[in-house]
Design a protein around this ligand. Structure first.
Ligand code: HEM
Length: 461
């Protein structure tokens, strides 16, 4: 029963509402449409009708775990051939979800995180080594490219004891690491499948399908090598890979199967770096654009880390203002920009929209994060003080959801926040950061969001 849900005016038989929209920017198109249609709307494309929710009240209902659960659909479902029943893409009813969740969750506890901290510092040191050289040569740095190197190395080393050697590559002649190329290919393909009619996809995407098969094979091969190396070494430092290979479920005694481990390693290598890279890139963009915010962040780092050369684990969470900068960046550009929720039993959304069991809606996080009823009349402005304790206290629950919601929310949230806050702290302490004079934020979409072509000019302080 969709008849009370508004939709864009142009409805072309067969094709639907896609006229005038772009296959490369489905999220930003939906943001534009939401501005005209309100807190809930629907779009039809090639026979599929998708309900979008961007209003805070309806999103809070969808976050109610007694009525709704994660729905594996659209881009997430399109990743099943790559990530199978790995944590991110598993259906709620698949037993491997609970098993892997329980086995891996302690890998994100406090003790585990403190163990990753020195490795995170090492990788950050590689980044500042490269950036020092760029600063000395007066060269602008490629922010998304370098943040991707940083976050990929960080998850690979902390989680899997693997070094991709990203910082040793000469980007100009060699391009990104082939793992990154294959991953971006797989994500872009999964997004493209959403906007191509199923009947035509075998024709329209023939070349893309071939490339996708090659990308998948490359991802599998890479992961199999990482696992084989660990098995050959007879164990590691107790990281995520050791957990996957060795830890049995505390109650059932069950273990992950080799095929499932392959899916989990791909899942963590991809989910563990792409979105954090985007979050760091957007935060650096806003810091560079706003000298007052940058000055306040730097004042905090200089004060909290005074006399400290290498920050200890506990000193990262003390950077409260920098954390607000990160939160505010994730408000405007939640780098995993949507999540889907399905009804666990017949229900009525917002008291007016009946939903059968299994019916689902897509929460557009970037729209939710701009709801004027919550964020005020100027939701587009970048203001870290929106996350000052007083402001947060006055706000309802479920209005800030960059990490999703409920049992299927992001398992790597603390990992991402620790890594990103640490790196931002190190960078604002070390460099003056200036934007390129004519840069205008342009956001690219490949399931995740990234500031396109962002380059910054650095000077050592
Ligand atoms: C799930 C966002 C970093 C691993 C999710 C979901 C979101 C999200 C929105 C829920 C998706 C859904 O409901 O369909 C983010 C953002 C990150 C980030 C914005 C960085 C800023 C990480 C990191 C890791 C990670 C660092 C691993 C080290 C996962 C996994 C899931 C997940 C495994 C699936 C959890 C489950 O269903 O049990 N993430 N994530 N993420 N994330 Fe993250």
């Amino acid at each position: 029963r969709l008849d009370r849900i508004p939709h864009p005016p142009r409805r072309v038989p067969l094709i639907g509402d896609v006229v005038g929209t772009h296959v490369r920017t489905p999220i930003q198109d939906s943001m534009r449409i939401a501005a005209g249609l309100g807190p809930i709307f629907r779009r039809r494309a090639f026979g599929k009708e998708i309900v979008f929710v961007g209003g805070a009240e309806l999103a809070a209902e969808l976050a109610d775990e007694s009525r709704f659960a994660k729905h594996v659909g659209l881009g997430v479902a399109n990743l099943r051939p790559v990530a199978g029943d790995g944590l991110f893409t598993a259906y709620n009813h698949e037993p491997n979800w609970q098993l892997a969740h329980d086995v891996l969750a302690p890998g994100f506890g406090r003790e585990a995180m403190a163990g990753y901290h020195p490795l995170m510092l090492d990788v950050a040191g590689q980044l500042t080594g490269a950036w020092d050289a760029s600063a000395a040569a007066g060269r602008a740095v490629d922010v998304p490219g370098d943040m991707t190197k940083l976050t990929l190395e960080t998850i690979a080393r902390t989680g899997f004891g693997h070094d991709f050697g990203s910082f040793e590559r000469d980007f100009a002649t060699e391009g990104p690491h082939p793992f990154v190329t294959a991953m971006v290919g797989a994500l872009t393909y999964a997004q493209r499948l959403n906007v191509v009619p199923p009947l035509l996809s075998s024709v329209l995407l023939r070349g893309a399908q071939r490339r996708n098969a090659a990308d998948r094979a490359f991802l599998n091969r890479t992961v199999d090598e990482v696992v084989a190396a660990r098995r050959a070494a007879g164990g590691g430092p107790g990281d995520l890979l050791d957990r996957m290979l060795e830890v049995a479920h505390p109650e059932t005694g069950e273990r992950l199967t080799p095929e499932n481990i392959r899916r989990q390693v791909i899942t963590f290598l991809v989910a563990g770096h792409e979105t954090t890279s985007g979050a760091l890139s957007f935060a650096l963009h806003y810091l560079a654009q706003d000298p007052a915010v940058l000055a306040q962040a730097r004042e905090e780092v200089d004060r909290v880390w005074a006399g400290v050369e290498v920050p200890a684990y506990e000193q990262v969470a003390k950077l409260r203002y920098l954390r607000r900068v990160l939160d505010e960046s994730l408000r405007l550009w939640p780098t995993a920009p949507a999540f889907a929720r399905e009804a666990v039993a017949d229900t009525t959304l917002g008291g007016v929209h009946p939903m059968r069991r299994g019916a689902w809606a897509l929460v557009l996080t970037s729209v939710l994060h701009r709801d004027r009823a919550v964020w005020g009349e100027d939701p587009e402005s970048f203001d870290p003080d929106r996350f000052a304790p007083q402001a947060v206290r006055g706000r309802p629950a479920h209005v800030f959801k960059p990490f999703g919601t409920g049992a299927r929310a992001c398992i790597g949230r603390q990992f991402a926040l620790h890594e990103a806050t640490l790196v931002l702290g190190l960078l604002v302490r070390r460099y003056d950061i200036a934007p390129e004079p004519d840069y205008r934020l342009k956001v690219t979409e490949r399931l995740t969001l990234m500031p396109h072509g962002l380059r910054l000019r650095l000077t050592r302080r």
